[in-house]
Design a protein. Structure first.
Length: 319
C-alpha cells in the first residue's frame, strides 16, 4: 500500500520509467525451455515453506514461500507488495499465499531490496528487480516441482505495476499478470509477448486515479507540487492500449458483481487476453473481506484473490 512517506519515491520512479530509453534484451530475462519433471525439481522437495533469502546482484533478497501439497508440477505465482508496504503485509492482505497454495500454486511473496520502498520498474534507475524476479523464478523452478509454462505475477498498487511490467520485462516468461490499483503506472511495451493481463481498479481511487491525471490527490505542500509533475493516463485508456498491442477484437462487457463492470478482450493475437474490472466507488484497495478504510471503500461483493486465481487457472500455457 502506498503511504505518504514513500510517495516521492513512487513519483520519481514513474517519471523515470516514462523518460528512460529502452534497454537491450538481457540474457538472464529470456524464457527457458520447458524441462522434464526431473529437471524441474520434481524429485525430492528442496524448498520448504516459510521465509527465505538468497543472493542476487550483490544484494541479499528475501521472500516468503507457500508450497502446495501434491506432486505437481505446480504453477508459480509472484505476489508483489505495494510501495511502502512489505511482503508480510502483502501476504496477509491479499491472502494469495493461503488461497493460492490451496489451489495448487507455488506462491512467492518477495520483498523489495533493503532500503528501497518500491520495486524498480523495467528501464528505471535502481536495483534490477526484473532480473531479480527472473532469478527468483529460476530458484523456485530449480528447487520445486514447478511448471515453467505457467508462471504468473500479481500485485497491489506499485506491485501491480511491476507485475504487468514483467510481461514485457521477462520477455515471454509469464503466462499472465494482474494489477490491482496500479495498471496505469506501467503501460505496455510496443510488442508485448502473449499473456493474460488483468486489471482491477476502483473509480474512487485517490492515489492512482481511475480517470487519470495527477496521483496522490490528497497530498499537500511539496508533495503536492511533485505530484503535479506526473500525469497518469486513464485506466480505461491503458486497458485499450494493452488490447491494441495484442490486436484484440472489440471488448465484451458484463457485470460479475453489482458494482463491478468487466471489459474483456479475448479475441487477441497469440492467445492473449485483457480483462479490466472497474469497481464503482472503489478506493485504492484490494476487493475482498479485508477493509482498509483510510484507502477508500473496499468492494466486498468481489473477492480479487479468488478472481485472479480463477483467471489464471483458465489462462493458456506459455508456449
Amino acid at each position: 500500500m502506498i503511504v505518504r512517506a514513500a510517495a516521492v519515491t513512487a513519483l520519481l520512479a514513474t517519471a523515470a520509467c516514462t523518460a528512460a530509453p529502452p534497454l537491450p534484451p538481457r540474457a538472464d530475462a529470456s524464457p527457458r525451455t520447458a524441462p522434464t519433471r526431473a529437471e524441474a525439481g520434481c524429485g525430492e522437495r528442496r524448498l520448504p515453506g516459510g521465509r527465505h533469502t538468497f543472493e542476487h546482484g550483490g544484494l541479499t533478497r528475501t521472500f516468503l514461500l507457500s508450497v502446495p501439497d501434491g506432486r505437481g508440477p505446480h504453477p508459480v505465482l509472484l505476489n508483489l507488495h505495494g510501495l511502502g508496504s512489505d511482503a508480510r503485509e502483502q501476504a496477509a492482505y491479499t491472502r494469495l499465499p493461503r488461497e493460492g497454495a490451496a489451489r495448487g500454486y507455488i506462491v512467492a511473496t518477495p520483498q523489495a531490496a533493503d532500503g528501497r520502498l518500491a520495486w524498480t520498474l523495467p528501464h528505471s534507475y535502481g536495483p534490477d528487480d526484473t532480473a531479480f524476479l527472473g532469478a527468483l523464478l529460476d530458484h523456485l523452478e530449480d528447487g520445486l516441482c514447478a511448471d515453467r509454462r505457467r508462471a504468473f505475477a500479481a500485485g497491489l498498487s506499485y506491485g501491480g505495476a511491476m507485475a504487468v511490467a514483467l510481461v514485457c520485462g521477462l520477455r515471454g516468461r509469464l503466462a499472465g499478470a494482474a494489477a490491482v490499483g496500479g495498471v496505469s503506472l506501467a503501460p505496455p511495451c510496443e510488442r508485448p509477448p502473449p499473456a493474460t493481463v488483468v486489471a482491477v481498479h476502483g473509480t474512487a481511487d485517490r492515489v492512482v486515479p481511475y480517470q487519470g491525471g495527477h496521483p496522490l490527490r490528497e497530498a499537500t505542500g511539496d508533495l503536492r507540487a511533485l505530484a503535479d509533475l506526473v500525469t497518469l493516463p486513464p485506466v480505461t485508456a491503458v486497458g485499450r492500449r494493452w488490447a491494441a498491442a495484442y490486436r484484440c477484437g472489440p471488448a465484451a462487457a458484463s457485470s460479475p458483481a453489482s458494482r463491478v463492470r468487466l471489459s474483456a478482450w479475448t479475441s487477441c493475437a497469440g492467445g492473449a487476453a485483457v480483462r479490466l474490472y472497474t469497481v464503482k466507488d472503489g478506493g485504492h484497495t484490494w476487493p475482498g473481506p479485508v477493509e482498509v478504510p483510510r484507502l477508500g471503500r473496499t468492494e466486498t461483493g468481489l473477492d480479487a484473490t479468488r478472481l485472479l486465481l480463477d483467471v489464471f487457472d483458465r489462462a493458456p500455457d506459455r508456449s
